[in-house]
Design a protein around this ligand. Structure first.
Ligand SMILES: Cc1cc2nc3c(=O)[nH]c(=O)nc-3n(C[C@H](O)[C@H](O)[C@H](O)COP(=O)(O)O)c2cc1C
Length: 367
């Protein structure tokens, strides 16, 4: 079957992957309300396309933290990619480089920062979970720096793991042939089978629940890399991120895997954009599956988006080629959306190109 959109990879992955793995990748927390909402909310935002603009040439390039990228679509950190495909994160890194975009490596990758660096050139970010043992954190950050990673993505929405019931039922554990490579040698590389979700137990043991704003400052004393704070969904916290000196914000609800009944990220985006007042860039992840979704996020003020599950599912279906195809399809869909909306460059995408349920329906949208 010819794949014609990103969503179709999920069907293939579901057939191909062991149930425990598919469920771990696909699931959200508890009732999975936010999981559905991350997708549904995009469908309530509609376009206000402009016509008779010369769109014979469209430029999707932009910059992220000063790095040139081929499109405002990047790869979010997702753990344990070798469960999807033997080449795991290495295939993802190569696909991202080939597409001219950025890959974020998870702390809980089944490939190390050094192995990712060895795949060749490319712009990469390192996602950090702060462990209780700060020496481990310092070493990890130094290793990421030495391996040429360009930014730290600090995940702040996971003091404890959200309740993913499928993982509990499946007694989720990392298959014994795999390790969390960044922690190998530190005796933290395995996720054992427990009578619960193995990952939930791992997080309870390792992740520092006391993490707070002072640690965002502390992180800046141990690295010169820019820090993106991932997991911000309110104006209050967005302002604190700016005050704490971070380089940017990622509006994320962790792919609906942490607190259920938080709004879809596309619903939280504008609040955060307004709060940061242009002082730092704002990115979004969660439910991005179409070029139209990317356009909508940009129209509401995002500087770019990250994708999570589409990478895992395409990796499972077709390895590096699958991830390349996902990135290509999203690129092409974004380009088409821009052409049909009368936008020749990323900068030309404005708030006036979309209408949302919270725009006053009785007043003509601002131009
Ligand atoms: C299987 C899986 C593993 C993930 N692992 C991590 C992780 O290790 N660190 C992190 O910050 N976020 C992690 N996330 C969240 C993603 O970075 C991202 O926020 C989310 O997947 C975006 O939503 P989407 O999957 O709908 O694109 C994970 C998400 C999934 C689905």
């Amino acid at each position: 079957m010819e794949i014609t959109n990103v969503m179709e990879y999920e069907t293939i992955a579901r057939e191909k992957l062991p149930k425990m793995v598919y469920d771990y990748y696909a699931s959200g927390a508890e009732d999975q309300w936010t999981l559905q909402e991350n997708r549904n909310a995009f469908s309530r935002i509609l376009f206000r396309p402009r016509i008779l603009i010369d769109v014979s040439s469209i430029d999707t390039t932009t910059t992220t933290l000063g790095f040139k990228v081929s499109m405002p679509i990047m790869i979010a950190p997702t753990a344990m990619q070798k469960m999807a495909h033997p080449e795991g994160e290495l295939a993802t890194a190569r696909a991202a480089s080939a597409a001219g975009t950025i890959m974020t490596l998870s702390s809980w990758g089944t490939s190390s920062v050094e192995e990712i660096a060895s795949t060749g050139p490319g712009i990469r970010f390192f996602q950090l979970y702060v462990c209780k043992d700060r020496n481990v954190v310092i070493q990890l950050v130094k290793r990421a720096e030495r391996a040429g990673f360009k930014a730290i993505v600090l995940t702040v929405d996971t003091p404890r793991l959200g309740r993913r019931e499928a993982d509990i039922k499946n007694r989720f554990a990392l298959p014994s042939n795999l390790t969390l490579k960044n922690f190998e040698g530190l005796d933290l590389g395995k996720i054992d089978r427990t009578n619960d979700s193995g990952l939930a137990s791992y997080v309870a043991d390792q992740v520092d629940q006391s993490l707070s704003w002072k640690d965002v400052k502390w992180l800046q004393t141990i690295t010169r890399l820019p820090i993106l704070v991932k997991g911000v969904i309110t104006a209050e916290d967005a302002r604190l991120v700016v005050q704490a000196g971070a380089a940017g914000v990622i509006v994320s609800n962790h792919g609906a895997r942490q607190l259920d009944y938080v709004p879809a990220t596309i619903m939280s985006l504008e609040e955060v954009v307004k709060a940061v007042q242009g002082k730092v860039p704002v990115f979004l992840d969660g439910g991005v599956r179409r070029g139209t979704d990317v356009f909508k996020a940009l129209a509401l003020g995002a500087s770019g988006v990250f994708i999570g599950r589409p990478v895992l599912f395409s990796l499972a279906a077709d390895g590096e080629a699958g991830v390349r195809k996902v990135l290509q399809m999203l690129h092409d869909e974004l380009e088409l959306t821009m052409a049909l909306s009368g936008c020749r460059s990323i900068k030309e995408i404005t708030r006036a190109h979309v209408v949302t349920p919270w725009d006053n329906p009785h007043v003509a949208p601002r131009l």
